[in-house]
Design a protein around this ligand. Structure first.
Ligand code: GDP
Ligand code: FE
Ligand code: FE
Length: 203
């Protein structure tokens, strides 16, 4: 996908095309297409909600950068960079978001903490999120190829009220994980407690 967006040099010394090429080298074609759809969705939300469009582009493109690495890379990074040792008990679903920024910093030279936090929080959310962080969380959930029960409602709510979209996704993800007997990462519960009870979401 092409874009007329020109990067400023503030967050990466790469052009968008150079960044795309580096990301493409690490992802299978379907995943590479997904991150470009997330980018475009994040750019549209950034325009609507007054966030930085360049940061939305970069964060959308890099959010799944580490998704297709072997488990051994994550375990090595958790050890080498002295991350929370409990992380070693989790799996790719959690690692690609929480540990992914370690690879993004070192391999892509992107250090902006808001972009890195948007990646860290994109799977589990976080009790506190900036507008950009909320946008990446939602763009990943509602990008045009997403197809699940409730996606139309998720898109409609996100267009109406970004915080309501965050609450909707958070409720649905936790409910899905419980229905599937999956382990709940503690941050997922913290996000639920911060966003759902006070959201005004009606069941
Ligand atoms: P993707 O990387 O674009 O496929 O999307 P995400 O990064 O949002 O999600 C990756 C996977 O993590 C999905 O299958 C989610 O259901 C799963 N996931 C989200 N939160 C949790 C959690 O707390 N525990 C577990 N076990 N999985 C989770
Ligand atoms: Fe992801
Ligand atoms: Fe994703």
């Amino acid at each position: 996908m092409t874009s007329d967006l020109v990067y400023s040099d503030h967050y990466t010394t790469d052009t968008r095309d150079q960044l795309l090429a580096k990301i493409e080298a690490h992802l299978r074609p379907e995943r590479f297409a997904h991150v470009q759809r997330v980018e475009q969705t994040a750019i549209a939300l950034a325009k609507q909600y007054g966030a930085d469009v360049e940061k939305a582009s970069i964060a959308g493109l890099v959010h799944d950068y580490a998704k297709q690495r072997p488990d051994s890379d994550f375990l090595q990074a958790i050890s080498d960079y002295r991350l929370d040792p409990d992380l070693a008990n989790w799996n790719n679903a959690i690692w690609h978001g929480v540990v992914g920024p370690e690879f993004i910093k070192r391999e892509l030279g992107i250090y902006d903490e808001e972009i890195l936090n948007a990646v860290r929080y994109h799977t589990t959310g976080n009790p506190y999120m900036t507008t950009l962080e909320k946008i990446v969380y939602m763009a990943d959930y509602i990008e045009p190829a997403r197809d699940f029960d409730g996606v139309a409602e998720a898109r409609e709510m996100t267009a109406r009220d970004l915080d309501l979209g965050v609450a909707f996704q958070t409720w649905h993800t936790l409910t899905y994980l419980i229905a599937e007997n999956k382990a709940i990462y503690p941050k997922t519960i913290e996000t639920y407690n911060a966003w759902v009870p006070t959201s005004g979401l009606v069941k």
